[in-house]
Structure formats: C-alpha cells, structure tokens
Design a protein around this ligand. Structure first.
Ligand code: SF4
Ligand code: ZN
Length: 314
C-alpha cells in the first residue's frame, strides 16, 4: 500500500510524528517545524520588530538549524538584525570542526559572525582547565566549568555587540532534561530558571529559546533535510553520566507514551510560578567583575576564584 503525506496528500512521507499520528513529506515536515517555531516565538513574544538578535551558534546541528530558521523568519521583519556568536572553548579536534561549519553557514546566509575564545576572555582553554582538574575529586567536571563560562561569554559579547536578544538552540528535550536533572539534584529553585524567555536585567541580555517546544529529533531531521553539515566528532569531555541517564529515561518514556515530553514540559510550566514565588531571586552586580550576580560574586567569578586558588598559574 502506498502511503502519502497526511498534510498535502501528494508526496511520500519522510517522517512519522508519533505524538500527533501525522506522516509528513519533506516539504510539509520542514514547514511544520518552521510553523512550530513561529508559534513559540509569538506565544512567548520573543522578538520585537527592531531587535538585534544574537544567535548562539556552537556549530552543532541544533544551533545551525536555529540560524537557518531565524534567518527565514527575519526576512519578514526587515528592521530586525541577526548576527551569530560562536564561543571557542578551546577543545582540540572538536570545536575546530564546529567553528568551520558555523563559519560556512554564516557565509552562505550572509550573516555577520563573531567568534570569541575562552583564551581571549579567561586566559586559558578548556583543555588546559580539564588537564588541571582531572586529579581533583569532586563533582566538578569540565562541563560544569564550560557551561558557566560559555554562558558568561555569550552574554558579555552579545551585550557588547548591542544585542537585544540572545537566541539559543535549546530544544524541548534539553529543557525537560534540565528540569528533571534539577529535581534529581534536589535543586528545585533552578526549575524556575529554565525558561523559554528569561527576564532581561541590567547587563543581562534577554535569552530566548525558539526551539523550546520542538523535540530534538525533529530539529535534527530539519538540519539534515536542509543539508546542514553535521559535526562528526563528539566532545571528549561529553559523558555527563546523569544527563545521559535522564535523556535515556525520557526517551524511553516518550517511545512508550508519545507526547510525554510535552506533558512534562507543560507540567513544569505550571509549577514554575509557585517555585518562583517561593524562591524570589534578585540580581545585583558581582563585586569582582560587575557582571550580573545573584550572590556577592557571580558564578563564573566564584569558579574562577576557586580554580586560581588551587592553580595560581592557570
Ligand atoms: Fe563543554 Fe561539556 Fe559541551 Fe564539551 S560536552 S562542549 S565540555 S559543555
Ligand atoms: Zn563576577
């Protein structure tokens, strides 16, 4: 029996969406992802007409897909401006390929591309840091530093470039995993920080996540069908044991009960106002660097201070 796309009824399907029961052909699938992103953007009022938008472009498939989609959406908003921001952490045999893919995509789309490195910003590469901390026992892994320092780098450079918004490619899966991880860590306060749009504050560029309601496998297929160059290497520091377990658990749940990721996401959405009310957080400025901080020292300064106490020559 020949199957046809549920939407157009003309072309053979390339994708089955278990949570909706749809079988979609290439064109209808691409349009459906773009439509979902447009709906998310408008639901959370992510952009204003004249926004200067920085796209956090790691060079991985998700961020490249985001760049392609925002570039498409931006065409309808001639006063908006888009540029891409890549942070090179200094991870040999990994980040070079991603930066190359990011550069190629920006050239193809004619989007301004800014690359900043940990070395320029902090004076060391992630590889140097990883070498130093490898003998220290404790919960801190290269990823713990990498995430905090990358977020700081993105905010600082986006702000200096005059960005109104910083768009990141976090998918539905990332958001659900992070919220569950916060529960597993017993850190309920952080659930309220996982938001599709974070409130802007002084020196803090507002962050938006246009993929927060798009499953990761759909973002990946979008990137593949668009012919995005996929990164072949995996970050050597990648194994984040707990996140991998949470990812597998959520994927198993979704496979047996389609729609579970969306239901978890919506449940957390409902919980967040109560969590926020219970743990109000106030931002001030870090006493050391002047960047936004919820404690006397910001998180990057706390990490850097403790690192430099152990390794004065870092
Ligand atoms: Fe950084 Fe960890 Fe991601 Fe590697 S896997 S880029 S170390 S956050
Ligand atoms: Zn600081």
């Amino acid at each position: 029996m020949l199957l046809f796309c549920n939407k157009c009824g003309r072309s053979p399907p390339v994708f089955f969406r278990p949570y909706s029961g749809e079988r979609l052909c290439r064109g209808c699938f691409l349009r459906s992802v773009e439509k979902q992103v447009r709906q998310t953007v408008s639901k959370y009022r992510m952009f204003r007409e004249q926004d200067k938008i920085a796209v956090a472009l790691s060079g991985g498939k998700d961020s490249l897909a985001l760049l392609y989609i925002l570039h498409r959406i931006e065409k309808n908003f001639p006063k908006a401006r888009l540029f891409a921001l890549t942070v090179d952490e200094g991870i040999p045999h990994y980040r070079e390929e991603a930066v190359k893919n990011a550069r190629k995509a920006c050239e193809e789309l004619n989007v301004e591309h800014v690359v900043v490195s940990f070395r320029e910003l902090y004076g060391f590469t992630l590889q140097t840091l990883a070498e130093k901390i490898k003998d220290i026992r404790g919960e801190m892994t290269p990823c713990s530093y990498c995430g905090v320092l990358r977020r700081r780098a993105l905010n600082k450079v986006a702000r200096e470039m005059g960005a109104d918004k910083l768009a990141t490619a976090h998918t539905l899966d990332d958001e659900v995993q992070t919220m569950l991880l916060n529960l597993v860590h017993g850190d309920i306060r952080r659930i309220s920080r996982v938001e599709a749009v974070t409130p802007g504050a002084e020196k803090l560029v507002q962050r938006v996540k246009p993929f927060s309601e798009v499953p990761e496998n759909e973002v990946a297929l979008y990137a593949y069908l668009k012919g995005v160059d996929f990164q072949s290497s995996i970050c050597p520091y990648a194994p984040q044991a707990l996140r991998t377990e949470v990812r597998e658990f959520v994927n198993r749940l979704e496979a047996r009960h389609p729609g579970s990721k969306f239901k978890l996401y919506r449940s957390f959405e409902k919980l967040k106002p109560a969590v926020k009310a219970s743990f109000p957080s106030q931002l001030s400025q870090c006493q050391l660097c002047g960047e936004p901080a919820s404690q006397p020292l910001c998180e990057p300064c706390r990490l850097l201070e403790s690192l430099r106490a152990k390794f004065p020559k870092l």
